[in-house]
Ligand binder design. Sequence first.
Ligand code: ATP
Ligand code: MG
Length: 251
Amino acid sequence: MLELRQLSRNFGGVKALDQLDLSVHKGEILGLIGPNGSGKSTTVNVIAGLYKPSSGSLTFNGIDLSQRSTHERAAVGIARTFQNIRLFANLSVWQNVWAAHVVRDSGWTGLRKRWLASGRTARDEVQELLAFSGLAGKADVLAGNLAFGEQRRLELARAAASGAELLLLDEPAAGMNAEEIDELDARIRSLRDQGRTILLIEHHMELVMAVCDRIAVLNFGRKIAEGTPAQVQNDAAVRGAYLGAEATATT
Ligand SMILES: Nc1ncnc2c1ncn2[C@@H]1O[C@H](COP(=O)(O)OP(=O)(O)OP(=O)(O)O)[C@@H](O)[C@H]1O
Ligand SMILES: [Mg+2]
């Protein structure tokens, strides 16, 4: 579905991504992990179009994305959440999801076709997404007044509302308590079961190991391992990268 080939992105002298090859297969939950600063958010930003790659190629369902705008990428079926939550703080929960749903009218994805065929209205869909996110009782609350975990849930609802086939989730569990993380686990699986494909960036290892079909590991912008959760957990290079990061953090 999504193919990154030899993708690099530099910031001044920093190689945030260094010749990254990454494939995301339709219908999977792919985890992307790695120590702080290893290039995970940069990967999402390059896929979503916030940053242009310095070199390399990026295709989605055979379409070359490298010169497309963020809006065009949304229209072909890519949605994301932000590590630092970005919502319309002065709009209600309902309006935030509604605004994201409008994107559906500008694209022609398989999900949109199914939605049109289902006969459900946009209003029905927004209501369902609020229920799915545990926010039905907060529809009229301003997004800026929500608790932190609720804001993360709203971001996920917004990404899902766009009808995108591919969801890029940048640390959706950050700041959540154990119960919220369990709920997030169930929501991510449910989105996949609805036919979405998910790229999940997370530091919360228990969640990543439980929910992902495959995991790719970055260190200094390079992919150092890829495989099933069990393979990655037992990989010497991965252990080394995390131990190295801990050593740096404590000195
Ligand atoms: N807009 C930017 N300008 C300059 N440098 C950047 C920018 N974005 C990222 N970088 C640098 O690129 C490298 C990778 O950053 P990135 O945010 O992708 O890491 P990450 O894996 O998401 O880290 P974290 O786990 O802390 O979120 C870091 O060295 C970072 O400082
Ligand atoms: Mg990040």
